[in-house]
Design a protein around this ligand. Sequence first.
Ligand code: 5GP
Ligand code: ZN
Length: 116
Amino acid sequence: MKSDENCIFCKIAAGQIPSNKVYEDEKIVAFKDLNPQAPVHVLVVPKAHFATLAEMDEEGAELVKHALQTIPRIAAGLGLSGGYRLIVNQGEDAGQTVHHLHIHLLGGKSLGEKIV
Ligand code: 5GP
Ligand code: ZN
């Protein structure tokens, strides 16, 4: 599995940097965002390193597929019975700051005004 020694999310996925994990299996890890934007704000992260969907290979696509299939269970475990929102920032205009693909999982309140 691809890894980048300078990448913070690779280090979290490898357990080299502590995080508040809410879910982990061999393909993905989910942990609480350091700077939460909602009562529940978790990052769902494939364990392979790639920065964006444009850089995703077949292995990465398998991990993202697995992430999407697993998110309902992660959300249920977090008590998000009222629903939740997923956000995947891609590149500069979207404000992506960590260049290891991740899915923001937000909920725990009515999320209100929407961009889409
Ligand atoms: P982006 O802006 O790239 O879509 O989101 C990156 C997210 O990662 C931000 O919401 C930021 O708060 C979070 N983040 C950055 N560094 C760390 C870290 O070391 N630990 C955790 N748990 N979250 C982080
Ligand atoms: Zn990485």
